[in-house]
Design a protein. Structure first.
Length: 371
């Protein structure tokens, strides 16, 4: 483990590095100020960072508040799929095209202040972070594409990812995956936070956005209410591989984000339930997407022939001329040719049976062998 990872595990603010003081106090109050003693150093760092972030947020509002009101967000391209299904790889490929914009790591971690602070702060923060993600060894930079869910987590507190921070209440935060059991007032507050974040990105980039957030897989109805002309790309993967990779990811991110000590005894159950909830919503809502606005592919196909798969996306969704980005895309694909995926031990027969049973529709829908 590198010194950066050791430092982040002990003191890193995790998802909450960009939270304002008022939002931080509200979050603590909502969770009964229940922070484990082993996590007090992290809570202390978050508290300290929230003070300058609050000032920078205030500066952002003064400088850009009126300008953002008039910003119109073009229909985004939403990349859908459960965590560890290839959404990051797809996002990295799609955002090679400079005719699109995307949220980067800094903007997603500091959504309340990045318009003012990114140029001043991004490089210094990047120096403290590992060069690669702990769960899969993928290169990780401040300017790399990131999932907008992290921004929503910080700005609205309405995200299943908040269960990584307060794992004893992850069932409570899981309701924000589909929003189906959330009051209309809360849903509107979530929409307002999301739209403001996208307006900031649009004001900066003035280009259509390519957005990747696994929870959006379960929010198609809400996203269409906000953006009726949005386009959607769904990527799927062998469910057994998804489970194993999700388990590794959650064990890794837990050490970086949590404010409550908890063992892993309920982790498998949570993964099984979150996936089931996500795909129950996806299968129920995907037919709401108008013709010509949806495309689906497998992670295996994307690995085998990334250029052909991206070309199909462009053709199906009538995106700009693919030939203009083909050369740069090939350069990127060549640059990651030596990347090695994680290898995992096999399941116990009982766990394999549970996955096969609870995720049966996914096996059937996409033709994966169910053992």
């Amino acid at each position: 483990m590198s010194w950066r990872e050791t430092l982040l595990r002990a003191f890193g603010p995790g998802l909450l590095g960009g939270v304002t003081a008022g939002t931080w106090l509200r979050l603590l109050r909502d969770n009964g100020f229940s922070v484990s003693p082993s996590c007090w150093p992290r809570a202390g760092v978050i508290s300290l960072q929230s003070l300058p972030t609050s000032v920078l947020h205030w500066v952002d509002e003064i400088r850009f508040g009126k300008k953002l009101k008039d910003v119109v967000v073009p229909p985004p391209v939403f990349l859908l799929g459960h965590w560890r299904q290839g959404t990051t790889h797809l996002h990295n490929l799609m955002t090679i095209d400079q005719r699109f914009a995307f949220p980067n790591n800094y903007q997603c971690l500091y959504p309340e202040s990045f318009l003012t602070a990114e140029r001043l702060h991004s490089k210094s923060i990047g120096m403290l972070l590992p060069d690669r993600r702990p769960m899969d060894n993928v290169e990780w930079k401040m300017e790399s594409p990131q999932e907008d869910e992290f921004a929503l987590c910080v700005a609205s507190l309405k995200s299943p990812c908040m269960g990584w921070v307060f794992p004893r209440r992850r069932d409570f935060y899981s309701r924000y995956l589909t929003m189906r059991d959330v009051a209309d007032k809360e849903i509107q507050a979530w929409k307002d936070s999301f739209l403001l974040f996208l307006k900031k990105l649009t004001w900066l980039g003035d280009r259509p956005l390519v957005l990747k957030s696994p929870p959006h897989t379960a929010r198609i109805k809400i996203l269409l209410e906000m953006f009726p002309d949005a386009r959607f790309v769904h990527i799927h993967r062998n469910p057994y591989d998804v489970f194993q990779s999700s388990r590794k990811m959650l064990r890794a991110v837990s050490k970086l984000h949590r404010l409550q000590a908890i063992d892993d005894s309920g982790l498998d159950d949570w993964i099984l339930q979150m996936y089931s909830t996500m795909y129950d919503a996806f299968f129920a809502e995907k037919n709401l997407i108008p013709p010509g606005q949806f495309h689906e592919l497998s992670f295996a196909q994307l690995e085998l022939d990334p250029l052909s798969e991206i070309r199909r996306i462009y053709e199906k969704l009538q995106l700009p001329d693919f030939t203009q980005v083909e050369f740069r895309l090939q350069e990127y694909v060549d640059s990651i040719a030596n990347y090695k995926k994680n290898q995992f031990p096999d399941f116990t027969p009982e766990l394999r049976r549970r996955i096969s049973t609870q995720w049966k529709r996914s096996f059937e829908e996409w033709g994966y062998p169910c053992q």
